[in-house]
Design a protein around this ligand. Sequence first.
Ligand SMILES: [Zn+2]
Length: 212
Amino acid sequence: MPPPRSDLGRLIELMTTRRVYDPWQDLARRSGVALRWHSGDVGRFRNPFAVTNFRELSVSFSVGMPDWQMRATCAHECAHLDRGPITPSELAREEERVDLLAAQRLIDPALFEALVQTYPEPSATQIHQVLRTSEDHFAIYEQWRRGAGKQTAFLAWEQDLQPWPAPWIENHASDMPTATLRAMAANEADTDFDSTSSGRMGTFAWLPEINH
Ligand SMILES: [Zn+2]
């Protein structure tokens, strides 16, 4: 039997009006960011899921991750790109902020509530298949939701994409290589670029450490 017309209308309204966050689309719109892949260690990091390198403005992902881990990792790195580099002493706190931001963007509050009502302590597989993200994101999101109501959760989920280039990049524009600035502006300005400069990354001597 088909669903009642009112339910179908509600479903179509939700599907066509909600902006579902796609971390890969969010990464792809960031002109000037080089996408890389790795297998094993990256610098001082032991087999990281991903590494965002602020010096050369690149993101490297580990090969062979399942879909839910790729989504979780890509959303995490996009949050790093929004927020920019931090000092080593801020690193642990920054990782918590970035994980919460990624979880808020990825987890549909309606799906989260349906999941925990059905399975108060969902398994890893249930989290991966329903929310399409990691247990870490589920845990940090669940803790946040104890103090955040439904409306707050929906606002966080439906938030607009952050501007790109991010403010932290604009603040350092005078230090940045011309080729990188041109690559980042390629999606915004009606400017001619020569093929040798667009997309080529320089080295950001002014930027501190990489993040994972
Ligand atoms: Zn991180």
